[in-house]
Design a protein around this ligand. Structure first.
Ligand code: WQD
Length: 344
């Protein structure tokens, strides 16, 4: 029996593959390499000593998806990461996002429904809450109009799964709403590999610290927050990965009373952009070049998770502090820069 991880060569996907293997699962990675490289497989092997199976497949290819499921008749569960995830890019290319993030989910569900029992873990996002009215944000907070096509694909994705679970009790699913994943595996064999200029805060910080970027632009300094900069819930990617294994086991062990559940994945603590910068300065021992600039359209002011449901029902709790996550992000940045300099 095997677990299929779509997008398994990506940032959160690769860290989840490591945790699955270390829990004894057989893993088959499916990835179209649009935003990841096969090199990541070597990083996974360096950590676990086991090379996961890998098949290059674009889930937008409906025929290809059917052929995949015809070939693999021993699929025990699917963890579905494969999607485009750049908020800004989604505004510029909405149809690419709707096609890639939603058609693929429909094709996947159509195949899963052919299995005797299907277990699905869906990669969702706190962006479904928009600017929530109350902090911390619980899973029952109202879903608000998405700020971007990306966020909309996560909202619609959850609805597609929910509607399918309603008519098909054989489909057992959990959606995990990530807050802000950051950091890298403590071995520094895998980590975040943004292509081009990083959109996310933490890789931009570590690339600035490594001298790749001249300075960090802080988007907005007069928000109604502790220090005027936006607040987010930054969670170590290994904590996020472990939550996927806990959620999958919950389904396999039939501990879920409902066949579609939703959980927030956060630390429960909000950190401002300036607090994240100071975390970098503490763990790296160096000052960061940054300047205050205008707000970024689409940013919510504050978002951090109420983790009660994940802690008490799912039985999972984030373990790493912001500094520990930042330390792993910085170690990874230094590692890949060293490698790049060697490769020249
Ligand atoms: C964080 C804060 C920026 C870059 C992310 C993912 C999204 C979803 C939710 C999973 C904001 C500020 C950033 C920079 C800055 N996760 N910032 N200068 O927007 O919360 O969204 O988490 O689905 O996919 O993108 O994360 O890292 O872009 O921004 O000041 O150069 O850092 O304004 O306040 P965000 P982010």
């Amino acid at each position: 029996m095997k677990i299929v991880v779509t997008g398994g060569l990506g940032f959160i996907g690769s860290h989840t593959v490591v945790e699955l293997q270390q829990e004894g699962f057989e893993v088959l990675i499916v990835d179209n390499l649009s935003n990841a490289s096969e090199e990541v497989l070597n990083g996974i092997v360096a950590i676990t000593g086991k090379r996961p199976s890998f098949e290059k497949l674009d889930l937008r290819d409906k025929t290809g998806v059917s052929a995949f499921f015809e070939k693999h008749t021993d699929i025990q569960g699917v963890i579905h990461f494969a999607a485009f995830k750049a908020v800004g890019e989604s505004v510029a290319k909405p149809l690419d996002y709707y096609e890639n993030n939603l058609n693929t989910l429909v094709y996947l569900l159509q195949e899963l429904r052919q299995l005797p029992t299907a277990h699905l873990i869906f990669s969702s996002s706190c962006t479904v809450y928009g600017q929530a009215d109350e902090m911390p944000i619980t899973e029952s907070a109202p879903v608000k109009p998405a700020e971007s096509p990306y966020g909309n694909t996560k909202q619609i994705g959850e609805e597609i799964i929910g509607d399918t679970c309603k008519i098909d009790p054989k489909l057992q699913a959990i959606a995990l709403r990530y807050f802000n994943p950051m950091g890298a595996h403590p071995t520094a064999h895998i980590g975040e590999l943004p292509i081009g200029v990083p959109q996310n805060l933490v890789p931009f910080i570590t690339q600035t610290g490594a001298g790749l970027r001249k300075e960090l632009s802080v988007f907005g300094s007069d928000y109604p927050t502790v220090d005027g900069t936006c607040v987010r819930d930054y969670i170590h990617v290994v904590d996020v990965a472990k939550a996927h294994v806990v959620a999958l086991k919950r389904l396999l062990q039939k501990k879920n009373p409902d066949n579609f559940e939703v959980y927030n994945l956060g630390t429960g603590t909000g950190s401002s952009v300036l607090e994240v910068i100071h975390s970098f300065e503490r763990v790296s021992g160096q000052d960061l070049n940054y300047k205050m600039v205008d707000k970024r359209p689409g940013d919510v002011i504050t978002a951090y998770a109420d983790t009660t449901k994940a802690n008490e029902v799912l039985g999972w709790r984030a373990q790493s502090t912001l500094d520990e996550a930042m330390r792993s992000a910085w170690a990874w940045e230094q590692k890949i820069r060293k490698k790049q300099m060697v490769v020249g």
